[in-house]
Structure formats: structure tokens, C-alpha cells
Design a protein around this ligand. Structure first.
Ligand code: ACO
Length: 360
């Protein structure tokens, strides 16, 4: 959906959106398209690129605030659809920082020695939570998903330093007021539009411009590096002005930052991994380079990771027979799900019929 498309349904313009945010278009999930579906697609793509058997995955973490359901976790649906039969799975809610928080959590799970292979996904369908009549928020967001696989390794590449932050006092700056235990769903909450995302744009802007530069500086220092040692920064894609303010504060040129928000808008937890994947695919990231991933979001939350890139994915594309093998595993996962669900459903039906016959 382009800015001009939006201008057809709202009092806004391409000029306003572009000059205030840098966004030119965003991608919207179709009516039946869910966060889980996008997360599954992204995960399968990651498994293909890394040439990994889904049965080897130990843990699935999905950073999301737009899960398919409040529960079960979307990560469980991803685990099931992949046939990752040995894996634990959970969703992580840190809003736009969700992927970087999940990456840190996955890294720690490996560093503890408990797990060897962790699938980390960032996926959100924010366009299903915005009020399409509110021009101050709906123009900012798009939908997306991206995934990475973390593997234990003895090499010198990998995560160098991590940083997580939170300031709950700013929770009111960006929130979906109803639907939780504070304000449960009711006809009134629906009528008053309390299930839509609400934001104090300027408050978030001030917080974001401060925290993005600060978190980057802190994680680089923690990694024992200098800012000049960083080849590429992949920031959360919320607003071009936020990224350029961070660049100025860090005294770095803009070409040191990945910027793709003109194409996708703010995809929440998916924004950093989409930027990472695109930079890898375009050859902008090479083995041995130092990267910083940095994000901020509602909570308030922020997170940063300094890492040394150590793989060359273009050489790691799966051979054909492995692609077919995984395809078979995914079909088997669907059959397996059916085989487990069918007896449970049949049993419920038998019990209900028996109860009816006994007059209960
Ligand atoms: N089209 C035209 N006019 C608009 C639009 C629009 N889409 N939206 C707002 N306006 C108007 C306002 O009504 C206001 O008009 P007024 O002066 O007559 O009242 C005027 O434009 C200026 O509005 P501001 O809110 O002051 O605009 P600002 O320059 O602050 O930009 C923006 C707004 C883009 C939202 C900016 O504040 C921002 O990017 N904030 C950060 C938001 C963000 O990053 N959120 C995501 C966080 S990550 C997560 O957790 C999801």
C-alpha cells in the first residue's frame, strides 16, 4: 500500500508521510494471512538457507505482539508446522524490540550450554491492530516476518555483547489499552476503539532518538570495540528522522545504517531481521564484519546486540534433495498434527453423544 493509496482513504499525503517518516509504502497481510503463517514462511526460508533439519531445532522463540491468539503461543504453531519435534517454543513480547530481545534470549540459551540450535523469529501484523481512521498511527506500520537460526560454535564469530533495557514508566506512550486483565474485552471496549494501538508520537520520538544512539554506544563499548570498528548498524525501522538523529549523535555517516523503511514502514518485531536478511542477500554483509542490531519499542523497551558475522549464506544454499526432504518433513508434520488431533476430537464427540443419550 503506497502513501498515495492511503491518501485515498485518509486526510494525508505522500509529501507529509515521506517528509515526516521516510516511509513510501508498506505491505499489508491479506484478510486470511496471519502472523503464524508469515513466521512459518520465514522460518522455512531460514532452514533452507542454513540447510538445517527442523528436527534438530532445540528452541523456537517468536518475537511478536500480534500473535494469532492470546494463547496458545504463535511459536508453538511455528514449531508444529516445521515438525520441530524436539523443540520448546514460546512467544516473547517486547513489541518492536521483540526480535532483538529474542536474539539475546536465544544466544543466552546457547551460551548456557542448554541448547545448540535456536530458531529466532520476528513477526508482526500491526496493520490488524491499527485504527485505519487514525492518520497519526496507521500510516506508520506494515506487516512482515523474518527468521534467523543461531547455532553453537567454537569460532570467533557470533554474538560479542548484548544489552536489554526497559522503562515501564513510559508504557502509556504506546499501548493497546483493552483486551488484557486491566480492561477485559466488552462491547463497550470495542465500541470505544480501545483495542486499537494508541500512541503519543512525539513522546516516543524523543525516547527513540535518545535511546538508539545510547544503546548502540553502550553495546559497542561492552564488546570492547570502537564505533569505527562497526561496519554496519541495523536499526529498528520506525522513522528515518530517528535513524538520522542517531547517526548524527554517533558521528557516523548514513551509509553505515541499513534503511529499508521506505519499502516496509514499521514492521515492529520483524523490522530488524528483515533489514538483516536483506543486507545479507544483497551482499552488504560479509564474513568477519562487525554489526550492531538495535531496537526500541513500547514498554518502553530497547535492546542491542553487537556481533561478528561469521557465515557466508550464499554458499550454504541447500542441495535440491535436502529441499525435497524438508518439504516431505513439513507434509509429515501436517499429517502428524491431524493424527494427534483426530482421536482427541473423536473422543470428545463420543463423550458428548454418550452424555446426550444419558440425558445430561
Ligand atoms: N498526514 C497528515 N497530517 C498528519 C498525519 C498524517 N498522516 N498525522 C498527523 N498529522 C498532523 C497532526 O494532526 C498535526 O496537525 P496539527 O498541528 O494541526 O495538530 C501535525 O500533522 C503534526 O503532528 P505531529 O504529531 O506533531 O507530527 P510529528 O512531526 O511529531 O510526526 C510522527 C509524527 C511521524 C508519528 C512522529 O512523532 C514519530 O515518528 N514518532 C515516533 C513513532 C514511533 O516510532 N512509533 C513506533 C515505536 S516502535 C513500537 O513499539 C511499535
Amino acid at each position: 500500500m503506497t502513501n498515495d493509496d492511503l491518501a485515498q482513504i485518509l486526510e494525508t499525503s505522500d509529501g507529509w508521510i515521506k517528509s515526516r517518516t521516510g516511509i513510501e509504502r508498506r505491505h499489508i497481510a491479506g484478510p486470511g494471512e496471519t502472523t503464524a503463517q508469515m513466521a512459518i514462511e520465514a522460518s522455512r526460508a531460514a532452514l533452507r538457507v542454513a540447510d538445517v533439519d527442523p528436527r534438530d531445532i532445540d528452541l523456537v522463540i517468536v518475537g511478536t505482539v500480534t500473535p494469532n491468539h492470546i494463547f496458545p503461543a504463535t511459536a508453538c504453531q511455528v514449531q508444529d508446522a516445521l515438525g520441530a519435534v524436539r523443540a520448546g517454543a514460546f512467544d516473547l513480547n517486547a513489541v518492536c524490540s521483540g526480535f532483538v530481545y529474542a536474539l539475546v534470549t536465544g544466544h543466552q540459551a546457547i551460551a548456557s550450554g542448554e541448547h545448540r540450535l535456536v530458531l529466532v523469529v520476528g513477526a508482526d501484523t500491526m496493520t490488524k491492530m491499527v485504527d485505519w481512521k487514525d492518520r497519526s498511527t496507521c500510516v506508520l506500520f506494515g506487516d512482515g516476518a523474518a527468521a534467523v537460526l543461531l547455532r553453537a560454535s567454537e569460532g570467533s564469530a557470533g554474538v560479542l555483547a548484548t544489552l536489554l533495557g526497559s522503562d515501564g514508566s513510559g508504557g502509556d506512550l504506546l499501548t493497546v489499552p483493552a483486551g488484557g486483565s486491566a480492561i477485559p474485552v466488552s462491547a463497550e471496549t470495542v465500541e470505544r476503539g480501545l483495542h486499537y494501538l494508541r500512541m503519543d508520537g512525539q513522546g516516543v520520538f524523543r525516547f527513540a532518538t535518545r535511546v538508539m544512539a545510547q544503546a548502540t554506544e553502550q553495546v559497542v563499548k561492552k564488546a570492547g570495540l570502537k564505533m569505527q570498528d562497526i561496519d554496519l548498524i541495523i536499526p529498528h525501522q520506525a522513522n528515518l528522522r530517528i535513524i538520522s538523529t542517531a547517526a548524527k549523535r554517533l558521528k557516523l555517516p548514513m551509509d553505515r545504517f541499513v534503511v529499508n523503511l521506505q519499502e516496509y514502514g514499521n514492521t515492529s518485531a520483524a523490522s530488524v531481521p528483515i533489514g538483516l536478511c536483506e543486507a545479507v542477500e544483497s551482499g552488504r554483509i560479509n564474513s568477519g564484519q562487525n554489526l550492531v542490531l538495535v531496537s526500541f519499542g513500547s514498554g518502553l523497551t530497547w535492546a542491542a546486540v553487537a556481533l561478528r558475522w561469521g557465515v557466508t549464506p550464499s554458499k550454504a544454499i541447500s542441495p535440491k534433495y535436502r529441499i525435497w526432504w524438508r518439504w516431505l518433513l513439513y507434509r509429515w508434520a501436517a499429517i502428524h498434527r491431524w493424527l494427534r488431533q483426530a482421536p482427541r476430537r473423536l473422543m470428545v464427540r463420543i463423550i458428548r453423544t454418550a452424555e446426550k443419550q444419558n440425558g445430561h
